[in-house]
Design a protein around this ligand. Sequence first.
Ligand code: GDD
Ligand code: MG
Length: 343
Amino acid sequence: MQAVILVGGQATRLHPLTANTPKAMVPVLNRPFLEYVIQNLSRHGVTEIVLAQHHLAGPIESYLGDGSQLGVRLTYVIEEEARGTAGAIKNVERYLDGTFLALNGDIFSDLDITEMVRFHKEQNAVATIALVPVEDPTAYGLIETDLTGRVQRFLEKPDPSEITTNMINAGTYVLEPEVLTQIPSEKQVSIERETFPMLVSSGRPVYSFPSSGYWMDAGTPEKYLQLHRDLLSGKSTWYTPGVDVEVLIGEGCNIDPTAPLIGPVLIGAGCTIGEDSVIEDSVIWHGVQVGSRVRVKSSVVANNCTLGDDSTVEGGVLGDHVTVVAGGRVGLGSQVESGETVG
Ligand code: GDD
Ligand code: MG
């Protein structure tokens, strides 16, 4: 079976982390996010993968190449203009043959793809949508089903007043080629706002496949940090960084022995942490220089930042190449643009 992964979004909510890095390449436990999406496909035997790209396309192909290192075959398609989630799938139609999977590229999940495909075939569905429960469905696609799991309604980004269930679209679909015939070509089309509601209202069999496994849309810095907390505490059943690993450190780091690292902590390659600096509940990307007596807590620090001696970053998100001056302070909720000097 083939899969299309949608990796063409602007990733504005992950800003400033995605100013220079496509969302798919944002590091999770020091590996690009997309590797986990691909790995969850390949462990279910899905190895023919089409990447539907638009924004910041170059770095993905230069890093993953033909996919052979991950045991898959990757095909890259770039949209000149963003086509939306259904338009992007339509745009790669020429590479697809038979029943296929389509996935949002920003989701880490334990979804049992083998079981989902089996269920889809058993129901003779034209589309099957994976569902997960969330506390607040307003940031997602709300899905109402009947008792047999058949989808009755698909409501993207519902108003609080429209919430009737906590089950939402988990961003993974099994689709029949018939769905492709329902998407107009050469234009922007949303699978959530147009294609699925249209299939449901015209009475086509659209089914849901609820999953209780670990699931996270890492689309905001808070959720990105939460994904690290979860993976480092072993919440995923198929991906564990190791037993009791709360602190992971990349290659070539120089960490002063007096500096406490209070997990969950992730440090990328080539970082320096100076004397008596405390790093707690944070994700630090590659090449970050942390001076002495610095305090970093519940924050995300992107590539090549410099944190001066005695500075504090707490509850902040720093883009690439940010400098926090000696004694400077980045407080709760601050997002610092790539290249800025603050403090
Ligand atoms: N190629 C391409 N072209 N990809 C796109 C485009 C496009 O024009 N627009 C978005 N994408 C990709 C994004 O890169 C992402 O991987 C995926 O499509 C979904 O877009 P998001 O922008 O992340 O959507 P969302 O998180 O607000 O909502 C979606 O995901 C939720 C689950 O996390 C929807 O599918 C919701 O219904 C769903 O609940
Ligand atoms: Mg998303």
